[in-house]
Design a binder for this molecule. Structure first.
Ligand SMILES: [Mn+2]
Length: 318
């Protein structure tokens, strides 16, 4: 019998696993990738009696492979906050799915573990840009303002590390980042003692400097759209940059496009005051999807750019 831990490579996926493995330590096969790489179950070839823990990847996207694995006899716990589609009914499948706009997988795991490793869930909520949920959760603990800020920065830094087209764009493979992290029970110890943290923090600051000098490609009332050049730093920073723009202009929807051969990668954020519509907009395009408040399109062909701009305008018209 083997254990498989299958997790999104972002802060939410890693912190969800961190909480579970602090509570239930075990050696497992780690299956993860860049943030956008969510078809993770297709890489898993497990069989009878194997145990899968799946974290922070859409069940809808992985439904076919989940059925295959259940038919092969695996047992599976599935934690997530993306729209799942139809959840299969199977005696070996337990799902913990909450699609509320202020839910994230690490907060779902925090509930499952009754708050036993809550600081990691707070890190993740900050990483998923759910500052209100993070603060609400932090209010249940004794955390001073300076430490809270440090947890926020860690969430942002971990999330930043997952952004890229391929692993080559990343500073650390998410499985390696998890390995660096897992020896720390307290995220503040990771921040204070782990050199990996400083490397990532400095790299983020450098990439952000490059993005912040760019003007929006268009800007109108409560909507703004940015296009970043075809470069590794753009692919790393576009998520964090979009969060920054959302923080500075909370009533504004934003789209951040990164140029690539023949088209763009797109991330969309709905205004914070009306956190819906991003998923519906992105799903109008072939490779689009995500959550109500934040969604993306893996590949927007050049020829679809005008249609995207028009639909973006419509989706967030006041
Ligand atoms: Mn998440």
């Amino acid at each position: 019998m083997k254990f498989y831990d299958i997790f999104n490579g972002d802060a939410d996926g890693i912190c969800a696993l961190q909480q579970l493995r602090l509570e239930e330590p075990r050696d497992s096969v780690l299956v993860t990738g860049v943030k956008r790489d969510i078809r993770l179950l297709e890489r898993v070839h497990a069989g009878g009696g194997d145990e899968l823990t799946v974290l922070d990847i859409s069940l809808r996207t992985n439904a076919g492979d989940l059925s295959r694995l259940l038919a092969a006899g695996v047992r599976c716990r599935y934690f997530d906050h993306h729209a799942p589609g139809i959840i299969p009914q199977h005696p070996n499948l337990r799902t913990f799915i909450d699609t509320a706009p202020d839910a994230c997988t690490s907060l779902i795991v925090d509930q499952y573990l009754k708050g036993r490793h809550r600081s990691w869930a707070i890190v993740a909520a900050f990483g998923d840009n759910l500052a209100e949920a993070a603060l609400r959760t932090a209010a249940t603990m004794q955390i001073d303002g300076g430490d809270l800020e440090r947890l926020q920065r860690l969430g942002e830094v971990m999330n930043y590390n997952a952004y890229g087209e391929t692993i080559d764009d990343l500073h650390y493979h998410p499985a390696d980042l998890f390995e660096a992290l897992r020896v720390y029970r307290d995220p503040l110890d990771f921040i204070n003692s782990e050199p990996v943290y400083d490397v990532l923090r400095n790299a983020l600051a450098e990439d952000l400097d490059r993005a912040e000098v760019l003007a929006p490609a268009f800007e109108r009332g409560d909507r703004a759209l940015y296009v970043l050049p075809d470069a590794a730093w753009s692919r790393r920073i576009h998520g964090h940059f979009g969060n920054r723009v959302a923080l500075v202009e909370p009533e504004r929807a934003n789209a951040v496009l990164v140029k690539k051969a023949g088209g763009y990668t797109v991330s969309v954020r709905a205004p914070r005051g009306r956190p819906t519509g991003a998923d519906a907009l992105c799903r109008m395009f072939e490779s689009g999807g995500g959550r109500e408040a934040a969604a993306g399109i893996n590949f927007l062909p050049e020829s679809d750019y005008p249609r995207f701009v028009a639909e973006f305008e419509k989706a967030f018209a006041a």
